[in-house]
Design a protein around this ligand. Structure first.
Ligand code: NDP
Length: 253
């Protein structure tokens, strides 16, 4: 799809992959709603940077696990841009809990992670459905994770949430067709705050170990993942319901 003149919502766009995706879309001439849940100043800066690229851009606070917030966010985007063509369900959260430590996983951990990582994309897609169908060639991209394919990652609830998101990518692709495509990108290790903060001193050793196992010998950056997301949107339009790993070949390493 040609994105110039189109409009997008990118959830979790105050930093990391979401920020990089919002700015890549803006560079291509696509207006963008920069969603965040807590980081208002950062989201404001991303929106200002996008606007400096010549498109409309608005920061918008919405907790994606809250349905009313998602409905209000879509209403704001369609009011501001007059249309909605692209939804990038990128917002995500986790807890870093060793998999063997089952007792450390609390009910709240499940509720928080499934709420943001699974219910969030559902809420946003449902809220955006009408506008995306009206667009005539709507696009939904989920930011999933290899955690959902391999069962390795920050915690068991996180892996389960991304596996469920991969499954929901298939079911939503069926019901949103033929007017809207739904796909997912599954990154592996991404250089950035998320893993640096979560892994602490283990960050560098795990990064090195990941690179030594991945055939391409590299980890991703937020911008590489953003490139993959935007390529899915702008590339050939006969793919729907699929999860595309962006992991340096780690899954086959
Ligand atoms: P960051 O922590 O850098 O960014 C997360 C973003 O999500 C922030 O903008 C945050 O905004 C937003 N967010 C968190 N909770 C909510 C919520 N309830 N509602 C709305 N926004 C929310 O993470 P990354 O950029 O690294 O991760 C982006 C996606 O990539 C996630 O889905 C993650 O699971 C996935 N991923 C990440 C990997 C990695 O190695 N980092 C690997 C594989 C997948 P705020 O601060 O305002 O809440």
């Amino acid at each position: 799809m040609e994105v110039e003149g189109k409009a997008a919502i990118v959830t979790g766009a105050s930093r990391g992959v979401g920020q990089a995706t919002a700015l890549r879309l803006a560079k291509l001439g696509c207006s963008v709603l920069v969603n965040y849940s807590a980081s208002a100043d950062a989201a404001q800066k991303v929106a200002a940077e996008a606007e400096a690229l010549g498109v409309k851009a608005i920061p918008f606070r919405a907790n994606v696990s809250n349905n009313e917030d998602c409905v209000a966010m879509v209403a704001e985007a369609t009011k501001a841009f007059g249309r909605l063509d692209i939804l990038v369900n990128n917002a995500g959260t986790t807890r870093f809990i060793a998999h063997h430590d089952l007792d450390a996983v609390e009910d709240e951990t499940w509720d928080e992670i499934m709420g943001v990582n699974l219910k969030g994309p559902f809420n946003c897609t449902r809220a955006a459905r009408k506008a995306l169908v009206e667009s005539g060639s709507g696009e939904v991209v989920m930011t999933s994770s290899v955690a959902g394919l391999a069962g390795t990652g920050s915690s068991i609830p996180y892996c389960a949430s991304k596996a469920a998101l991969n499954n929901m990518t298939v079911t939503l692709a069926r019901v949103m067709a033929p007017d809207v495509r739904v796909n997912a990108i599954a990154p592996g290790f991404i250089d950035g705050e998320w893993l640096a903060e979560g892994l602490g001193e283990a960050y560098e050793p795990i990064r090195k170990s990941y690179m030594s196992k991945a055939p391409l010998g590299r980890v991703a950056t937020p911008d590489i993942v953003a490139h993959a997301i935007v390529s899915l949107i702008t590339g050939p339009d006969l793919t729907t319901g699929h999860v595309i790993p962006v992991e340096g070949g780690a899954l086959i390493g």
